[in-house]
Design a protein around this ligand. Sequence first.
Ligand code: PAF
Length: 287
Amino acid sequence: MQIIDSLLPLRSAIEGLRRDGTIALVPTMGALHEGHLTLVREAGKRASHVAVSIFVNPRQFGAGEDLDAYPRQLEADCALLRGENVSLVWAPKPAEMYPQGYATNISVSGVSEGLCGGDRPGHFDGVATVVCKLFNQVLPDFALFGEKDWQQLAVIRRMARDLDLTRPAVGNIIGVPTVREADGLAMSSRNAYLTPSQRAEAATLPRSMRAAIAAIEQGAPVGQTLESLRAKLVAGGFSSVDYAELRDADSLAPLSTLGPNPARLFVAARIGSGRLIDNMAVSPASG
Ligand code: PAF
């Protein structure tokens, strides 16, 4: 497994891998957990070589967010990846990614609006920009992302479509279902911010979301159900709820009733110093 931190050696390593077959990229910010390893294993099923990028991207953190606190553990991450079938780790420093004079920003409208885009202005510009650069640097045939960040995946697919990217082609940008802890909490590097009691309370999130989804699928009014979901989260230990919304799974248009198309429930809520996000499928209304 090659570990590379600057562009010139990256380019020659990528050329070598390309001569030998296809490449699947798993972009990450490190602090790897089982969710990331699931992406790595899925990547290995699709391509001859798996490349993992590890870069805590400053441009996707807003003022007052957790850029400084975000866990950085490159050695431990590489040790984990050595146990998987990974050919290359791309771990650039910020100055390699954004050298002096860097001035370009990619901004995707529509799917980036509302939800995390509403609460974290500029966040998805930072994501689209760094992911476009990672795609151009690694030139992967496939790229894999967790569905926990469903809106991020929609932004990246839109960006790839709009900019006519071919490596990877938009159809080869693969979403992988969220990996959950035994109590249902979605795995996230940010779960490390929770104290043991907050961690136990955090399971209220997936539990209350499942109950809300069951109610909506059985015909309960969406607005009222989302209100009671918010109340349950606060009663269960969350300090506030940034959003709890039903949206169309593809266009991300807000829904006030369940229609004939697949929908998803999206929630972001705060507990201690953590902001947890999750989303789950809601089956379309039948008939
Ligand atoms: O999901 C993440 O970890 C990040 O947003 C990504 C896609 C690696 C871009 O920095």
